[in-house]
Design a protein around this ligand. Sequence first.
Ligand SMILES: Cc1cc2nc3c(=O)[nH]c(=O)nc-3n(C[C@H](O)[C@H](O)[C@H](O)COP(=O)(O)OP(=O)(O)OC[C@H]3O[C@@H](n4cnc5c(N)ncnc54)[C@H](O)[C@@H]3O)c2cc1C
Length: 492
Amino acid sequence: MTTGTPPVIVWFQADLRLGDNPALYDAAETGQPILPVFVHENDPADRWAPGGASRWWLHHSLEALAANLRHRGLPLVLRRGDCRRVIPAIATEVGATTVVWNRRAEGHLRPRDTEILRALQAAGVEARVHDGNSLYPLGAVRPGSGECYRVFSPFWRACMREPEPSRPLPVPGHMVTPVAVPPGEALSDWAFLPRRPDWSGGLEATWVPGETGAHEQLRNFLEERLAEYRFMRDRPDLDQTSRLSPHLSWGEISPRQIWHAVRHSQVEAASSQFNGHGEAFLRQLGWREFCRNMAYSYADLPTVPLNRRFDVFPWIDNAVALRAWQQGRTGYPIVDAGMRQLWEVGWMHNRVRMIVGSFLVKHLLLPWQQGEAWFWDTLVDADLANNAVGWQWVTGCGTDAAPYVRVFNPILQGTKFDPDGSYVRRYVPELAKVPSEFIHEPWRMPPLDLAGAGVCLGKSYPHPIIGHEEGRRRALSAFNTSKNEARTGTYS
Ligand SMILES: Cc1cc2nc3c(=O)[nH]c(=O)nc-3n(C[C@H](O)[C@H](O)[C@H](O)COP(=O)(O)OP(=O)(O)OC[C@H]3O[C@@H](n4cnc5c(N)ncnc54)[C@H](O)[C@@H]3O)c2cc1C
């Protein structure tokens, strides 16, 4: 249906879906025509502009969103530039009465939104901001004193005392087509897809971005993997987790949709023995919720350690070690498998993220922000809140973190969580013939047997970049130095 009444603009950001989208639902409820808009900021100075893997995802996700909207008679207008300018400008251009959007969790975007609200108000355009990407509105679950919980367990207990997250909204049944559609850019002009070289083959083979792909992923998980989740979620070799993270990062599915689907899934209903798995999984969604609330309250979470003692930590500047870590050539099979999985498919299992993270900041003494930046560029699920909290947790400089002195042993971690080495063999094919007994420490294998397995250490596969004990001792000594500096007042 097409009418001449002024439109409502729906500003899509990281909520690229039609279902359970409060901003879109609000626009549909007005009965006015709807003009969906997406803005690509394209600011080279913005260090948190989407990285390479995210851009690949975003391209396909926008294509899927545009197709879904088109199917319901709506266009998707693509514009480039600073949102503070573009959103008020397009509202004036089309004579919109209202602009609606879903709130972002990134604290550094809060001043931007305030500016946009002011500019719209000055132009006589109403703005309504919704909470569409969390279980509970951002900032709603908070302690008696203070803006947000800084430790996960009390946060999650407080969530569990709240009523269940509200039911997801349906895709609006009736949406009015705008009469005139303002000009927009072509998605292909944004050059989000890698060209020379095109490294996206592994991503292409692994993921189906878009709302339909997200729901398909959820359905598969509920049918095939939830029933084992609690016992198997820590095993990178078994692939038991949902892999919903990139879909969540771009808001192709909402946490409320997932919450209610899990709660009411047949598996849950069929037998109470499955409840533990549902709880364990929803708790992970709780971590996401916790990270979002942290990021909302601490705008500099992605760059500044929450524990300011780490301001004086003696990090090392070592481009060679950083490169070896990035390329999966540290000589520790579980670390290298994780880094190569990341490069190949744009995703890494959570347990392995912890192992490679610990290795970077402890064994290599490289600053956590360098690991965070690499993840930001290479993860299809790159999410500022989850990534920042993850790295601060791994480093031990967050508020709810493993202490720095707990140094993960990559050999024991590998043996425990990839017991027969199949995860390593999948991503480090040069070790494919190494028997399970030696797969996490090939240097212990008798040289002749090693040669028989086709491995020549230092040639086909590197020697460990640093011995585990040496790395551990060096990390603890660096930690003690920073502790002493903090105590003697170098750090204030
Ligand atoms: C150093 C480090 C960096 C990380 N960077 C990111 C990131 O950029 N983006 C991202 O989405 N996650 C990040 N995580 C969290 C976690 O590793 C991923 O969310 C998870 O591996 C995604 O796989 P999944 O969807 O199969 O998870 P599942 O186990 O199926 O969990 C379901 C959902 O819960 C959320 N979740 C699970 N674990 C965590 C967690 N520890 N913290 C926050 N949310 C969680 C995710 O949204 C996930 O999709 C990071 C963790 C670490 C240790």
